[in-house]
Design a protein around this ligand. Structure first.
Ligand code: K1U
Ligand code: ZN
Length: 171
């Protein structure tokens, strides 16, 4: 089951706090592989496991613009350990909030710690779009969506729009 269906706003799963991944088993490797396939298919530049309905602290990211430029990053139990004072504004989207884009301000540079599928502990820095994307994905692990960084008015407008769309699909 490589490409998995995406969880879409207002699904309450998106507000869950995800649990640590635990040992790197074959199931965890298969989940990471399905997440990459799902992200490339969408297409997107990041995906958190909860976006396919799995509440585990697993994130995939790839900023490659073409299949030839792919450089997948799989982050297990990622945590931000430092953020720069300087911020940057980037237009963000979310595969769980289709076709809605807004500018969000976040720290420009971050340091993160995570485990890899090979069982390695890594600490590294990221900046620019990579830093934005990783922060967006780590937010998902704590039930936070990029619309939570917008004004209450904008957030409520989007929430209502997606609630209405979900009701229409039900009937
Ligand atoms: O987590 C997600 O929902 C994925 C999201 C990640 C993200 C995008 C922009 C800024 C921060 C985080 C997406 O990938 S939305 C789709 C998108 O940005 C994109 C799609 C195709 C080509 C390039 C970008
Ligand atoms: Zn998202």
């Amino acid at each position: 089951m490589p490409i998995r269906p995406l969880v879409i706003l207002p699904d309450a799963q998106l507000r869950l706090t995800s649990s640590p991944v635990g040992p790197v088993t074959d199931d965890v490797k298969a989940l990471a592989s399905d997440m990459l396939e799902t992200m490339y298919d969408a297409p997107g530049i990041g995906l958190a496991a909860i976006q396919i309905g799995v509440p585990k602290r697993l994130v995939v990211v790839d900023l490659g613009k073409t299949p030839e430029e792919r450089e997948p990053l799989v982050l297990l139990d990622p945590a931000v350990t430092w953020t720069s004072e300087e911020t940057r504004v980037h237009e963000e989207g979310c595969l769980s909030i289709p076709e809605y884009y807004e500018e969000v301000t976040r720290p420009d540079r971050i340091r993160i710690r995570y485990r890899t599928l090979e069982g390695e502990e890594v600490e590294r820095e990221a900046d620019g779009l990579l830093a934005t994307c990783i922060q967006h994905e780590i937010d998902h692990l704590d039930g936070i969506l990029f619309i939570d960084h917008l004004s209450r008015l904008k957030r409520q407008r989007v929430q209502k729009k997606f609630e209405k769309a979900a009701r229409r699909e039900e009937s």
